[in-house]
Design a protein around this ligand. Structure first.
Ligand SMILES: Cc1cc2nc3c(=O)[nH]c(=O)nc-3n(C[C@H](O)[C@H](O)[C@H](O)COP(=O)(O)O)c2cc1C
Ligand code: SF4
Length: 681
C-alpha cells in the first residue's frame, strides 16, 4: 500500500523557479565530517543518502564559513577557499541525480567561535562582547573588516553558484549578521549601531553584494531569529520588520524561522530541544511569521515524527518542514511514507548525542543508527545474506536487539533469548528517569521490526550453554550486557548502592546522600537527578575536573538545572576512599589524587557509578565449542569481509560477543558492534 495521494507532506512546492518534490527538508547542520574544510566523500554520501531516501531538499553545511577570520567552531566547511567548488559540484550533482534540491548555509560566525585554531586570526564582532558559549573576546569590527567581510560573502555565494547549489541561506541567529542586528551584541555608536536602520546596514550590504553577484534568479534566504526571547534583544515586531525590509528590497526569497538565541547552552536547548522537552515548540510562531510575510517559510525545531510534520504543513504553519535530526536517525523517511512503510521509520528519540558529539568528539553520530555518516561502509538498507544461517542472539539490550534486527532483515533464521520478561536492557533503566523516557523508542522500534521480520523472541530464558547449542546455531551472538562494578576503594565499597539500584527502584536514598560518580556518564547523572528531585540532600563527588565528563553540552543542561534547583553540592577532583558505619549512619572519607588531604562526611546513603563489568559467563562457557573460539578477525571486520577464522575444527558454530558484554560502553557502540558484525555474516 502506498501513501495517500493527498498527503500534505508529499505535495510539491514551487520556490521561484525551483520545484521541490515534497515539503520535507533537512535544515543546515554541521556534522563535522569535513576534511580540511572540504565536503569530501563522507560528507557527500551522508547528504546523498537523504536524497536517495526522498527528502525534498537538503540544506548542507552548518554554516560554511565565508572568511578566514571566522575559524570553524565545529568542523565548518571553508566556503572562502576556491578549492571547495569541485567538491560542492560533486555533492550537488549526486544529490540532484536522486531528485532532491541542494542548498548551503553560509556564515561568518563573528564572536561565536574561538581564535586558537586554523589561522589564529582574531575573532571579530560588532562590539567586543564575549559570547558565553565560545568564550573568545572579539575585536570590534573596523571599517576595513566590514568591507572585507561583505566581499567575502559575495565571493562565497559565487562559489556556491559555480558548485551547482540551488540556493544559499545566511545564518542570522547568533552569528555576525544578527550580532549587528541585536542591540544586545551591537553597542556601536557609528553608522552600524543604534537605530534599526544602522543595525541592519551590515546585513543589507552583505545581501546586496550577494544579489549583485548571483543575480535575481539564484535563491537566497535567511535563517533568522525573528524573536530572540531576551530582554533588550530582537523582539518579534522588530524581527518581522527586518524581514519585511529584506523582502521589499528583493534581497531574500525565503525565511527559515528561528525563535530564541544560542549564546549559552541553556538557550541552545530551547532552539534545538532535546528529549524530555516539548515537541515542535516554535511551530505556531513559525505559522505567525508565515501569516505576515510573502516569503516562503521554512522551520525546524523538534519535529521528529511524521504526524507532527504533516500537521505543520496541513495547517499552513510552514511551507517546508525541517526534520533534521529525524533524518540522521532515518534518512529514508519520505521513501518509507511513499511506500506505505511509515511504521518502519527509525524514530529520532531526541537524545541529541549527534549534536553533543560535534563539540565533544568532532563528528555527529546518531545514538541508534550506526550507518549514518558511515554510508561508505555501513548500509542503511541491508542486503539479503548469500547463505541464510541459523543465528542465536542472547540478550535483548540494544546490542542484541540490533544484532537480531540486522540478521533478521538479511533473511537469517533468528532466535533471540532474553532472561528478563522484556527487551531493552540498560535502556529500560535509563528510561526510568521520566525526562529520558523517549529513549524507549530505540527499543520499541526494534521490537516492532523483529515482529515484522518474524524473529523468534523468547523472554524469561536465562540461557545456559546447553540451551543455546540445543537450538543448533551456525552463529551465536552473546549480548548479555554488564552489571554495575564498584570503584576501587580502601574500605567499604559494599556499603554503597549503585546508580542501577536507584534507577531500577531497588534503592530509594533519603536524607543526606553522597553520590560518588567515578564514571561521568548518563547513568550516574540520571540517578543523581532522580535523587536530587526526590527531596534528598545530595552531594556529588567526582575525581574529574568537571561533572558528567562524558555527557555533552546539550545533555548537560537539564542535569545542571536539576542540581541547581535542588541545591545539590558538586565536589570536583575528589575520590571516596572509605565508607564506614558510624552510629546508624555512614562516615565517608574523601581524598584526592592531588594531595594527601582528606575530609569527612556523615551521610545516610552512598551511591556510586563506576560503569559495568562484562557479564560474559555464557560466552566463556560456549567458547571451547565454537569454531573461532570467540576470536574476531578485526581486519575482516574493518574491511567489511565476513568472519572466517577457524581455530577449532571441532567447533560447530561461530561465537561473538558484542556491546557491554565485551566492555562498558554506550548505546551507539552497542548498535555499531552489532551492525558491522552482522551486515557481513
Ligand atoms: C549536529 C547538528 C549541528 C547543527 N549545526 C547547525 C548549524 O551550523 N547551523 C544551523 O543553522 N543549525 C544547526 N543545527 C540545528 C538544525 O538545523 C536544526 O535547527 C535542529 O536540529 C532542530 O531541528 P530538528 O529537531 O529537526 O533536528 C544543528 C543541528 C545538529 C543536530
Ligand atoms: S542522536 Fe538522538 S537526537 Fe540525534 S538523530 Fe539520533 S536519535 Fe535523533
Amino acid at each position: 500500500m502506498g501513501a495517500p495521494p493527498d498527503d500534505p507532506l508529499l505535495q510539491p512546492f514551487q520556490l521561484k523557479h525551483l520545484t521541490l518534490r515534497n515539503r520535507v527538508f533537512s535544515s543546515a547542520h554541521e556534522p563535522a565530517y569535513s576534511v580540511d574544510g572540504m565536503p569530501t566523500d563522507r560528507y557527500r554520501l551522508y547528504h546523498v543518502e537523504k536524497a536517495k531516501g526522498g527528502v525534498g531538499m537538503t540544506m548542507t553545511a552548518g554554516s560554511a564559513v565565508v572568511a578566514e577570520d571566522s575559524p570553524p567552531a565545529f568542523g565548518n566547511l571553508h566556503a572562502y577557499d576556491d578549492s571547495i567548488v569541485a567538491w560542492i559540484r560533486r555533492l550537488t550533482d549526486e544529490v540532484h541525480e536522486h531528485g532532491a534540491a541542494c542548498m548551503i548555509q553560509l556564515t561568518h560566525l563573528g564572536r561565536r567561535t574561538g581564535w586558537a585554531q586554523d589561522d589564529w586570526l582574531p575573532v571579530v564582532a560588532p562590539s567586543p562582547l564575549r559570547e558565553p558559549a565560545h568564550r573568545a573576546v572579539p575585536k570590534e569590527a573596523e571599517d576595513w573588516d566590514i568591507e572585507r567581510i561583505v566581499g567575502k560573502y559575495a565571493d562565497a555565494a559565487e562559489r556556491m553558484v559555480a558548485g551547482g547549489m540551488d540556493g544559499i541561506e545566511l545564518e542570522s541567529y547568533g552569528h555576525l549578521i544578527d550580532q549587528f542586528w541585536s542591540p544586545l551584541t551591537n553597542q556601536r555608536t557609528d553608522e552600524y549601531g543604534g537605530p534599526l536602520d544602522n543595525r541592519i546596514r551590515f546585513g543589507r550590504q552583505v545581501l546586496t553584494a550577494i544579489r549583485a553577484r548571483v543575480g535575481p534568479d539564484f535563491l537566497v534566504g535567511v535563517r533568522m531569529a525573528i524573536e530572540e526571547r531576551l530582554d533588550g534583544g530582537i523582539h518579534a515586531p522588530e524581527g518581522l520588520e527586518i524581514l519585511a525590509r529584506l523582502e521589499v528590497d528583493g534581497l531574500v526569497d525565503f525565511v527559515n524561522v528561528i525563535r530564541g538565541h544560542i549564546a549559552r547552552d541553556t538557550d541552545l536547548t530551547e532552539v534545538i530541544p532535546i528529549h524530555g522537552m516539548p515537541s515542535a515548540p516554535h511551530l505556531d510562531f513559525a505559522g505567525q511569521v508565515r501569516a505576515s510575510t510573502g516569503l516562503a517559510v521554512l522551520h525546524a525545531s523538534k519535529v521528529d515524527d511524521v504526524a507532527t510534520a504533516r500537521h505543520a504543513v496541513r495547517e499552513g504553519k510552514v511551507d517546508l518542514v525541517g526534520m533534521t535530526r529525524a533524518h540522521l536517525a532515518d534518512p529514508h523517511i519520505v521513501r518509507k511514507i511513499l511506500e506505505g512503510r511509515e511504521s518502519e521509520i527509525r524514530p529520532c528519540v531526541g537524545a541529541t548525542y549527534c549534536l553533543d558529539r560535534i563539540y565533544e568528539s568532532g563528528e555527529a553520530l546518531c545514538i541508534h543508527n550506526a550507518a549514518t555518516s558511515r554510508e561508505a561502509t555501513m548500509p542503511h538498507e541491508l542486503e539479503p545474506a548469500r547463505r541464510p544461517r541459523r543465528v542465536v542472539v542472547v540478550g535483548a539490550g540494544p546490542a542484541g536487539l540490533e544484532a537480531a534486527r540486522v540478521a533478521g532483515e538479511r533473511g537469517h533464521d533468528v532466535t533471540m533469548l532474553e532472561a528478563m520478561p522484556w527487551a531493552g536492557g540498560q535502556i529500560r533503566l535509563a528510561a526510568r528517569n521520566p525526562r529520558r523516557r523517549d529513549l524507549l523508542g530505540i527499543v520499541e522500534w526494534r521490537e516492532a521490526e523483529l515482529a515484522r521480520l518474524g524473529v523468534d523472541v523468547r523472554y524469561d530464558v536465562l540461557a545456559e550453554g546447553a540451551d543455546v547449542t540445543a537450538l543448533g546455531p551456525d552463529v551465536v551472538i552473546v549480548a548479555t550486557g554488564g552489571l554495575p562494578q564498584l570503584p576501587f576503594m580502601e574500605e567499604g565499597g559494599e556499603r554503597m548502592v549503585t546508580s542501577w539500584d536507584v534507577l531500577g527502584g531497588d534503592a530509594t536514598p533519603t536524607g543526606d546522600v553522597l553520590f560518588y560518580d567515578d564514571n561521568g556518564t548518563h547513568s550516574a547523572l540520571s540517578a543523581a537527578e532522580m535523587i536530587a528531585r526526590s527531596g534528598a540532600r545530595l552531594e556529588i563527588v567526582t575525581p574529574e575536573r568537571m561533572f558528567g565528563i562524558e555527557v555533552g553540552g546539550m545533555n548537560h543542561v537539564p542535569y545542571a538545572r536539576a542540581f541547581n534547583e535542588t541545591d545539590t553540592r558538586i565536589t570536583l577532583n575528589q575520590r571516596v576512599k572509605t565508607v564506614r558505619p558510624e552510629r546508624g549512619r555512614l562516615c565517608v572519607e574523601v581524598g584526592s589524587d592531588h594531595s594527601e588531604h582528606r575530609s569527612v562526611r556523615h551521610v545516610d546513603w552512598v551511591v556510586t557509578d563506576h560503569g559495568t563489568a562484562a557479564m560474559a559467563d555464557l560466552y566463556f562457557e560456549l567458547k571451547p565449542s565454537s569454531s573461532n573460539l570467540g576470536a574476531v578477525d578485526y581486519g575482516a571486520l574493518l574491511q567489511g569481509r565476513p568472519q572466517a577464522l577457524e581455530r577449532n575444527p571441532e567447533g560447530t558454530f561461530q561465537l561473538f560477543r558484542i556491546g557491554d558484554a565485551v566492555s562498558s560502553r554506550n548505546i551507539h557502540a552497542a548498535v555499531y558492534d552489532a551492525l558491522r558484525l552482522l551486515k557481513d555474516a
